[in-house]
Design a protein around this ligand. Structure first.
Ligand code: BTN
Length: 256
């Protein structure tokens, strides 16, 4: 993973660029940029990607899987980011199902998985990962919901991060850790060893056990998040005791 890579100072979106790569692009190719001018988040939102402050990257994957198993790759990515952050900073983040990496209630990383499939055949999957690394200050509309590794690291002052001379978090080191962990977990996923991955995601989940509001296109309903199944779906329980599997990509979950 990441041995073949495209590096740019500035792009519109690494996901958009990865999606336009030719079909013969090698599995595991990395697109990475210092800045995105039109970074994309889920549900049509934009993603702030200031120059030199974060890791804005996309992986181009060609897994031999069914389209319905593709959401699991988001969990693989979230876990890889959690492990990488832990090894570089000593901080253990949580995962807000399905795709947010959280520290102290705020989002430090978002993941956007885009699938290109026909019938039962996956052509490619692009996994976009955005990590706020050295952002010192967020704009007012984001400061209550977003954080960066630098902000969190300074709060607790562990001495684990390999800082460069300006006291910043070393993005290259973090990137190498993300790629290493992603490679290990992705190989596990491809060989069908999904149970371990889900178990670790459940342990790190900040969503399980919480009241959530499931927001769908047609409206929404309140429920309690009780489990994550082996396809990565969130199992929620409604007030009448009935259970339902919620698939990533169909809904957004809000804490209530
Ligand atoms: C979200 O939380 O809504 C997902 C955010 C994903 C952001 C990353 S940054 C790299 C890649 N390129 C994009 O345009 N988006 C993803």
């Amino acid at each position: 993973i990441g041995r073949n890579y495209i590096y740019r100072k500035s792009v519109d979106s690494t996901n958009t660029m990865a999606k336009s790569l030719p079909q013969d692009t090698p599995e595991g190719s990395l697109v990475i940029a210092e800045e995105q001018t039109a970074g994309r988040g889920r549900t049509g939102k934009s993603w702030e990607s200031p120059r030199n402050k974060g890791i804005w990257m996309s992986l181009y994957l060609k897994p031999d899987i069914l389209p319905q198993d593709a959401p699991l790759i988001t969990h693989v990515a979230a876990l890889a980011v959690v492990r990488a952050i832990k090894s570089v900073t000593g901080i253990t983040p949580g995962i807000k199902w399905p795709n947010d990496v959280i520290i102290d209630g705020k989002k430090v990383c978002g993941i956007l998985t885009e699938l290109n499939a026909e019938m039962d055949c996956v052509n490619y999957v692009v996994v976009g990962i955005g990590i706020n690394v050295n952002t010192e200050k967020f704009p007012d509309e984001l400061k209550d919901v977003a954080t960066s590794l630098l902000i969190e690291y300074r709060k607790i002052g562990t001495h684990k991060a390999r800082n460069d001379t300006k006291g910043l978090i070393d993005r290259k080191h973090l990137l190498a850790e993300v790629l290493n962990h992603f490679e290990m977990l992705y190989e596990k996923f491809l060989s069908g060893e999904v149970a371990d991955i889900i178990r670790e995601c459940k342990k790190l989940s900040v969503t399980l056990g919480k009241s959530v509001r499931i927001i769908t296109k047609g409206g929404g309903f309140d429920a309690i998040a009780v489990d994550i199944d082996d396809r990565g779906a969130l199992i929620v329980e409604r007030e009448d005791g009935s259970r339902q599997a919620v698939i990533a990509g169909e809904v957004s979950v809000r804490g209530v």
